[in-house]
Design a protein around this ligand. Structure first.
Ligand SMILES: Cc1ncc(COP(=O)(O)O)c(C=O)c1O
Length: 395
């Protein structure tokens, strides 16, 4: 099937209409580019929603998945697996020292698990979360999500969450009580408009949680691994959370979620407290181990820093860009106009970027961490033209 219109028509007819999709039907990807059914190439600064961190179809990851698929497609957590042991060891040397891993299938499941561990570990029910947060769409993660378009759809939610403004340490201090199990935050809010707090905020939250016996949870589903220029965000400020969740690109596109658990919590987790059939399956583990190898061998954290800085500098010198938020290769360019129109015009020119409902003026960039400065320039040059000419239309 090579016809874009036919592919779109079939999906639109048979799948639930839960997504507003780009008018694209993709068939291939390579590095920072994807190709549609008509053979047109697109520069992908959206990365399939921050997933393609090693670039589309990195040969090493593809080879590892192919090899594993020919050996053993699946076996559950009731047995030990050579490939899972390899992934576990790779994770242990990649993650903050002493943290142990729980493997699951998605970001929302990782957050559900982290909140459940925090409640069980502390024996407390309360969660402190942030305004403009996004933690996923299952009911527990949604209960800690404040962004209205997501939260407002499925009440009543799990009780016990208090929301405070992101970046306001005094507000967090006032909300943290004797019944608080955890403070959960995205260190850089992505869906919330690409917002990072002041450096001292993260250390302040760490100290508050330690003083009050609550666990600190970093939702790094978008920011880790390596996207912000460090393997995990806490390294920027020398802050170690008790729990870190991630997913997205950790296995370069195979479904995989991860909860990293600090030793003092991990040592108290018992048989049967968590479980999932597919988490830690052989294919995901092969992709995960290969992804971590690529991140280290190709210094993708360093590339995220360097190419991110280059992209930021060029964007800041672009008329029509008011501000650039974020870090590494999670950037939000704040425009002097509505970003959705610019996004659509860029797509017509063969460049995929994202926006966010929380802040209509922000173009959100979540490219592969293999992005080169030359590829970043292709985007900025096109953006410069589009901002000068004015967007063609809004879809
Ligand atoms: C910060 C954050 N947390 C959690 C999630 C949910 O992840 P998933 O869609 O894999 O369930 C997302 C998804 O975009 C996210 O951005």
């Amino acid at each position: 099937m090579t016809d874009t219109a036919a592919i779109r028509a079939i999906e639109d007819e048979y799948l639930l209409p839960t997504y507003r999709k780009f008018p694209l039907a993709l068939v291939e990807g390579c590095g920072s580019f994807v190709t549609d059914a008509a053979g047109r190439r697109y520069l992908d600064l959206y990365g399939g929603h921050a997933v393609a961190i090693t670039g589309h179809c990195h040969p090493k990851v593809v080879a590892a998945i192919r090899e594993q698929a020919g050996k053993l497609l699946f076996y559950s957590n009731l047995v030990y697996l050579e490939v899972r042991a390899r992934a576990a060891r790779a994770l242990a040397s990649f993650a903050p020292e002493g943290m142990r891993s729980f493997l699951c299938n998605s970001g929302t499941e990782a957050n559900e698990t982290a909140l459940k561990i925090a409640r069980r570990h502390t024996g407390r029910p309360g969660i402190v979360a942030m305004e403009r947060s996004f933690h996923g769409r299952t009911l527990g993660a949604l209960s800690a999500t404040e962004l209205p378009p997501y939260r407002e759809q499925a009440g009543p939610l799990v009780p016990g969450t208090t929301f405070v403004p992101f970046g306001d340490l005094a507000a967090a201090g006032a909300a943290l009580g004797d019944d608080t199990a955890a403070v959960i935050l995205e260190p850089i809010q992505s869906m919330g408009g690409v917002r990072e707090a002041e450096a001292g905020y993260y250390r302040g939250l760490r100290d508050l949680c330690s003083a009050r016996g609550a666990l600190l949870v970093f939702d790094e589903v978008q920011t880790a691994p390596a996207r912000t220029g460090a393997a995990f965000y806490g390294r920027h400020h020398d802050v170690l959370p008790d729990l870190i969740t991630t997913a997205k690109g950790i296995a370069s596109g195979l479904p995989c979620g991860l909860v990293l658990v600090a030793a003092h919590v991990a040592s108290r987790v018992r048989h049967g407290e968590q479980g999932t059939t597919f988490g830690g399956g052989p294919l995901a583990c092969a992709a995960l181990a290969a992804t971590l190898e690529v991140i280290v061998e190709e210094d993708l954290a360093g590339n995220a820093r360097r190419t991110g800085d280059h992209l930021r500098d060029r964007l800041l010198a672009t008329p029509g860009v008011r501000e650039v938020r974020g870090r590494g290769l999670l950037l939000g360019a704040v425009l002097d106009r509505k970003a959705t129109m610019i996004r659509d015009t860029l797509l017509d020119r063969g460049i995929i970027v994202s926006t966010t409902e929380a802040d209509p003026s922000v173009l959100r960039l979540l490219p592969p961490l293999t992005l080169t400065p030359e590829e970043a320039d292709l985007f900025v040059d096109a953006l410069r033209d589009v901002l000068k000419e004015g967007p063609a239309r809004e879809r």
